[in-house]
Design a protein around this ligand. Sequence first.
Ligand SMILES: NC(=O)c1ccc[n+]([C@@H]2O[C@H](COP(=O)([O-])OP(=O)(O)OC[C@H]3O[C@@H](n4cnc5c(N)ncnc54)[C@H](OP(=O)(O)O)[C@@H]3O)[C@@H](O)[C@H]2O)c1
Length: 256
Amino acid sequence: MTVTYDYAGKRVLVTGGTRGLGAGIAHAFAAAGADVVICARNPAPASSGVPLPTGAAGGRIRFVRADVRDADDVERLFDGLDRLDVVVNNAGGSPYANVAESSARLHRRVLELNLLAPLLVARRAHPLLAASGGSVIMIGSVSGVRPSPGTSAYGAAKAGLHHLAACLAAEWAPAVRVNTVVVGLARTEEAAGHYGGAFGQVAATIPAGRMATAEDVAAACLWLAAPGYVTGAQILVHGGGETPAWNWLTSDEISR
Ligand SMILES: NC(=O)c1ccc[n+]([C@@H]2O[C@H](COP(=O)([O-])OP(=O)(O)OC[C@H]3O[C@@H](n4cnc5c(N)ncnc54)[C@H](OP(=O)(O)O)[C@@H]3O)[C@@H](O)[C@H]2O)c1
């Protein structure tokens, strides 16, 4: 079975669309016919294949340089955007650092990127989305639903982001839907550093037997952005979560 979407005539903004999950989401909307705007602090690396050329296979992708933490940059990003149907607040992330050993400045920057910036972008997009009957998708994380040692500020920001989405869904209904994709451990170039490149071992802790891909996350975004009743929801794209360590221990006991 093939599921296809037709986003022709729709405009989609994907923050952080130059690499990783954001690039996959931008490609998927463009392939479905959307006119896609991506932003980041730097243009896409050549290896990402972004921007996609205009063509029969899909819409097009346009890059705007913008730091989503900066209100002036966000204003510039929206300059000339007369229509908007979907915003995917994807830009996010955090270095790995224990709270006691990292600076207050780092924690503030992590909260700005993962919580305040999506709020800034969603707020600026609201009138355009209300006019089009559009929707916002927050890219959340399992780090926001279970302890996230080493990325505590990030986990707290993502938990806040999930809650923000539910609040905005209630404030902006019925004109604008707001949902969250709670992403599990995902296989991206940047994630290689985070997981020490041990993708195989990490995959073994996931019931689905593999890490999430950009395509998995993009599929959830395409579905959530299509007209529907779902708002204020958290869609878990985590392959069943993470098998708890005690489960491995007790299975070993049993097999002995
Ligand atoms: N990978 C995972 O395992 C995983 C798991 C759960 C959730 N997530 C979430 O999924 C999203 C994407 O993650 P990813 O792994 O694909 O990240 P990534 O590969 O590091 O890409 C991040 C993107 O965001 C952009 N970006 C970063 N800071 C920005 C800023 N201040 N303003 C504008 N753009 C900015 C980056 O470009 P520049 O650096 O050039 O600005 C890049 O395009 C994030 O929200 C992350 O928290 C990821």
